[in-house]
Ligand binder design. Sequence first.
Ligand code: FCB
Length: 446
Amino acid sequence: MPDRLDLPAGFRWGAATAAYQIEGAVDEDGRGPSVWDVFVARPGAVRDGHTGAVACDHYHRYPEDIALMKDLGLDGYRFSIAWPRIQPTGAGPVNAAGLAFYDRLVDALLEAGIEPLPTLFHWDLPQALEDHGGWLNRDTAYRFAEYAGTVADRLGDRVPAWITLNEPFVHTVFGYAMGIHGPGRALMFEALPAAHHQLLGHGLAASVLHERGLKVMLSNNLTPVEPASGSAEDAAAAQAYDALHNRLFTDPVLLGRYPDLSALGVPDDIYGAVHPGDTDLIHTPGLDGLGVNYYNPTRVAAPTDPGLPFDLVDIPDVPHTAFGWPVVPDGLRRLLAHLRESYGTALPPITITENGCSVEESTDPDQPRIDYLAAHLDALAQAVAEGVDVRGYYTWSLLDNFEWAEGYHQRFGLVHVDFATQRRTPRASYAWYRQLIRVHRERFAK
Ligand code: FCB
């Protein structure tokens, strides 16, 4: 059986974070409010009323964090750019001080020998755009492409590859359908125009980036979907869920068409959002790499609640993370094999842009995290041995950070952060990952 050390030469080792989860400094240097600044102020929205106002204070402490990345031996660092730092109201003139922060960050990464891999949108939409409907408004897609051009003009000379969107599935469903993430709207399936407009924004931004000779990726949260039993009802429910979670996002980008959403009761034109020519705008620019964020498979049964076409059920008899997510490393191999089967030559090279787990703070040394990473990297190596083209792995996350609706309760970091003092302490998993990167690299140096 191939294992993680058999990953190919040139395989890129990385770690990932996102702006609102680590930066803090929400009122500094002209940053405008994002939907998350507004959402966290809603009573009960986030566990214990936590907010990202300070988070890891990375805005000021980035040199220390880059020193940790350098010591870890990372090839690449995935971070996100906060749109409200660049355009405080999501449109119009650029806020020079905000752009200058990412300019310094990129230079410091390059100085440390680490490739910057920015994500343009990781959920922190300028609130001013949300006031006009946010991603439910088609115009937001055009604003996004304009913002992408502005940032690329400044950083494109040093940053070769860009991720447009992070997890449009989670943002649409948690943010617009269920209301458990910012912007906190609970529209159920009528949220889906927000998915289409994000994809349209991706397509328009991809053209802008390609015109500048830059490479484009899109990262989604993908999950292998398994029916709870062999019954026809469970199989139909699993198919409906797969269309919503995975294919709604991957089909238009890779194939230029939406999957059949009729089992969800969603009209073909997604409530009038899809205009003639839109799927071409999404598909034609092409994708240089698919970013896969993998955490767990999803088991689906026929609905018990008549309001939904499926029921999500737990996967028993496997370990669960501190978050309660089932740990199924082989799900990653199955997901990658399924992508290759479904999309064939339309599938670009893959990068795992997130994978990791939260562990109870009291667990020392954090053996569950080491076990999680080791088993997922072995599964990844098996997928590569079976012929899937995977170029890199960015673990979530470098640091403990603001985990959205869970506040500071879920700790995903290779590095522990004491949020009272901002003290960073590398965990056992940090040392483990560092050693893995070193040994893998030495294999090919000889
Ligand atoms: C993903 C998000 C990321 C982080 C991890 C745990 O869905 O992209 O920001 O919260 O989950």
